[in-house]
Design a protein around this ligand. Structure first.
Ligand SMILES: [Zn+2]
Length: 114
């Protein structure tokens, strides 16, 4: 949605500079606001979900490597694992995750002090 929004913003800007505020500028700017508001509405009504498909075997077997982390994925059907892959969406699906995120932040901050 970035490309259409940039195009609409550019067209509205050019129209504003060349002709001032007129009907076509209003239509372009309204379309820009409509696309942005539409994207927000779609994102709210259809949030992202975790894809548990394993990149190696293709079955839906991805699990978190560490239940107390938001990184690391492993497949329960084959030996595939990736310690650096994000498991944030899986964590989000499994329930409240604020404690996990705050623990990771505290551990990261502790690491910076030394
Ligand atoms: Zn697998």
């Amino acid at each position: 949605m970035i490309a259409p929004m940039l195009l609409l913003a550019s067209a509205a800007g050019v129209r504003l500079v060349m002709n001032g505020i007129d009907g076509i500028f209003g239509v372009l700017f309204g379309a820009l606001l409509g696309v942005g508001a539409g994207w927000i509405l779609i994102s709210v009504l259809m949030p992202g979900s975790a894809d548990r498909t394993c990149p190696s075997c293709g079955r839906k077997g991805l699990e978190k490597l560490d239940p107390k982390s938001t990184t690391g994925l492993a497949c329960k059907f084959c030996q595939w694992s990736d310690a650096s892959a994000s498991s944030f969406l899986l964590t989000e699906e499994e329930g409240p995750f604020e404690g996990i995120v705050l623990d990771q932040r505290r551990a990261r901050d502790r690491g910076r002090r030394f």
